[in-house]
Ligand binder design. Structure first.
Ligand code: GLV
Ligand code: GLV
Length: 331
């Protein structure tokens, strides 16, 4: 019998057509996430599920999915998955690294420049028809070249972003990560700094860490108070890494120059007051939103799930210890 696969929201065809070759596929037809009851209801008959970063994959989900042989996240971040619980239950789970690295690093740069050069407020003035003509003191921003770039969480995406900075001749400092980033040390002379020194050193800080208990609210009021008053903070990682209410206060008090945000603590909402600040640029979680990245994610998620259903090794499994070949060798 063909495996039954649930896709919790429509994804690019590249992935769906792969799945349909060998599986019976149900795709959420609505242009919205499934609510919790719907997710659990559809999970009840699923051999495999492809889900979103907004789907909570926890013990309640696994309880509702007795047939489940694999879960593939359509995202690189996997803070929505209780991986330990999946492992306890012997269910392989996967994410979509690499295919969205360039897209997300490029968006981080887009936010850096948009904030540094006041692109969004300038655009609004032009559209309003109220631009009085060129003036020497209008819309003064700051130069990026030569400034110190701080990468918080120098993994795949943070590394890609920093490598792009070579064109702007920026010294690079990093913070976090389990081991030193040899690529950035070699290519950019990157220095790894303790958090407080990192905050005080970087002119541009870009957040690329995963959301974990250690990184949640790492950028709280005390951390924000250590930034240079000229600093620009960009977050294309996960919203809760910043205490967003504290960021609003810090921006209002000009403790930093500005912020570019693609992710929020309580998506899809923004902290009260954030939208009223002129020195922020806000985008709706579009880090991976290029056709290249989204097609790549769809294909990778599908390949992961198909491998799980076939008992093969998925390309990017988060808990390979549950895979059948390893399991049998261990016992
Ligand atoms: C998007 O936020 C992702 O984790 O892929
Ligand atoms: C995610 O892919 C990261 O390692 O930054």
């Amino acid at each position: 019998k063909r495996p039954s696969v649930i896709v919790t929201r429509r994804i690019p065809k590249a992935g769906l057509s792969l799945l349909r070759e060998t599986c019976d596929v149900w795709v959420n037809p609505e242009d919205r996430p499934l609510d919790r009851a719907e997710l659990l209801q559809h999970a009840a008959t699923a051999d495999g599920v492809i889900g979103l970063l907004t789907d909570r994959i926890d013990s309640g989900f696994f309880d509702a999915a007795p047939l489940l042989r694999g879960y593939a996240n359509y995202a690189v971040g996997f803070d929505n998955i209780d991986v330990a619980e999946a492992t306890r239950r012997g269910v392989p789970v996967s994410n979509t690294p690499d295919v969205l690295t360039t897209a997300t690093a490029e968006l981080a740069w887009a936010l850096v420049f948009a904030v540094a050069r006041q692109i969004v407020v300038s655009d609004a003035v032009m559209r309003s028809g109220n631009w009085p003509g060129w003036g020497p003191l209008q819309f003064i921003g700051q130069q990026i070249s030569g400034k110190t770039l701080g990468i918080f969480g120098p993994g795949r995406i943070g590394t890609a972003m920093a490598l792009m900075a070579r064109g702007f001749a920026m010294p690079v400092v990093t913070c976090g990560g389990r081991r030193p980033n040899e690529t950035l040390e070699r290519e950019c002379g990157a220095k790894r700094l303790p958090f407080e020194e990192f905050l005080a050193t970087a002119d541009i800080i870009s957040i690329h860490a995963p959301l974990t208990p250690e990184t949640r609210h790492a950028f709280n009021a005390a951390a924000l108070a250590r930034l240079k008053p000229t600093a620009i903070l960009v977050n294309t990682g996960r919203g809760p890494i910043i205490d967003e209410a504290a960021l609003v206060v810090a921006l209002r008090e000009k403790r930093l120059a500005g912020a570019g945000l693609d992710v929020y603590e309580f998506e899809p909402k923004m902290a009260v007051g954030l939208a009223a600040l002129p020195n922020v640029v806000v985008t709706p979680h579009i880090g991976s939103a290029t056709s290249e990245a989204r097609d790549g994610m769809a294909e990778l998620a599908a390949r992961n799930l198909l491998a799980m259903l076939a008992g093969d090794t998925p390309p990017t499994c988060l808990n390979p210890e549950v895979l059948p070949d390893r399991g049998s060798r261990q016992s």
